[in-house]
Design a protein around this ligand. Sequence first.
Ligand SMILES: Nc1ncnc2c1ncn2[C@@H]1O[C@H](COP(=O)(O)OP(=O)(O)OP(=O)(O)O)[C@@H](O)[C@H]1O
Ligand SMILES: [Mg+2]
Length: 254
Amino acid sequence: MPEIVLQGVTKRFGPVRAVEDLTARILDRELFVVVGPTACGKTTLLRLLAGLIRPDQGQIYFDGVLVNDLPPRERGVRMVFQGQDYALYPHFEVYHPQRWSNLSFPLKLRRERVAQIRERVGRVVRRLGIPSHLFSRRPGELSEGQKQKVALGRATVLPPKVLLLDEPLAHLDPPSRARAREEIRRLHEELRTTTVYVTHDLAEAFLLGDRVAVMREGKFVQVGTPKEIRDHPADAFVAEFVRAYWEGLRRAFG
Ligand SMILES: Nc1ncnc2c1ncn2[C@@H]1O[C@H](COP(=O)(O)OP(=O)(O)OP(=O)(O)O)[C@@H](O)[C@H]1O
Ligand SMILES: [Mg+2]
């Protein structure tokens, strides 16, 4: 759940048009991947969906309900942030079933019992492969990849209605990345959550997405299945994006 509709959504920062007159429909329970070059507006789009910023123009609907003015906590949305701290709580350890910790936090807020916390967090740490020797560490004592896993875990201990992932695998090495990608796919099937996944990596977009949106300068230039985009690029920009990807593969593998 739910279906997300964007109608003419625009967000500017001074003269910068981060998201420009964007209209799209993200289907219920879909794994929708947004791919595009740096600064094309991907993070801004996720922040608009999360309710962290408000559109200057246009409407955002969740299941037909206008959410423009709904604060983040009332949207049923979880976001895994791009970058250094992933919005983890720096002073809390990774996990402790009795205390406030990064992984128990959303459950503690709901006053869940310890047995329930153990069960839910247990499932998440198994799913994501977070080893127990990391539980007592603070985020500052984790590698980037470990932080990303904890952030992903915290976002999914309580299945959200909408899961927003901003380049969540960017800091993993290629084998871990492939494994994590499979985990995200499985996670998505298990949670049945509408998921918007942002990346600048076309290979990742094609491997992961039910549908893929290619974004450029604040707009979607093409939305389709990976096969549609690969076989029928909508314009020269998409064609070049796809060509560069094939070229990279050819170079790497001969
Ligand atoms: N708070 C802000 N104030 C001013 N400009 C901003 C702000 N947030 C984003 N921008 C600008 O809006 C544009 C889109 O930024 P955004 O972060 O959405 O890009 P992105 O696609 O996520 O890029 P990347 O792949 O590098 O993460 C950029 O030109 C950026 O500089
Ligand atoms: Mg970004």
